[in-house]
Design a protein around this ligand. Structure first.
Ligand SMILES: [Zn+2]
Length: 124
């Protein structure tokens, strides 16, 4: 990547990836249009028309990321279970929301990173 005089990256107001993922910010206009569901990308930006669907294409590791994360959480749950021997309802109460939250959060961050990466590559 060369930093020429026509570098389109704006330093001011450029959201960090984590806050972009949490708020679902469009990489082009910064509107909160990236996600139409908690962990699902919108097809395009409702504000500037940027085609998220085209940018997301090729992001096929999403399933692998989700599976690895789920596997790690199950292992953690089993380890805690073995260690503390909590009642079943406590396990469910704790691990249900934790699992859902982690998977949704990881997917959002992963998809945001992917879309931002694709967007930067294409805008060069
Ligand atoms: Zn936009």
């Amino acid at each position: 990547m060369t930093a020429g005089p026509s570098d389109p990256v704006q330093n001011k107001g450029q959201p960090g990836l984590v806050s972009a993922a949490l708020s679902g910010l469009c990489p082009r206009c910064g509107a909160k249009t990236l996600f139409s569901e908690p962990a699902g990308l919108a097809e395009e930006c409702a504000n500037c028309g940027l085609d998220f669907f085209a940018l997301e294409r090729g992001g096929r590791f999403v399933g692998v990321v989700t599976m690895l994360l789920a596997l790690a959480l199950i292992m953690a749950a089993l380890a805690v279970d073995e260690w503390l021997r909590p009642p079943l309802w406590a396990s469910l109460v704790v691990w249900g929301p934790v699992t859902v939250g982690c998977v949704i959060g990881a997917l959002r961050i992963y998809k945001t990173m992917w879309v931002y990466h694709q967007y930067e590559e294409r805008s060069e």
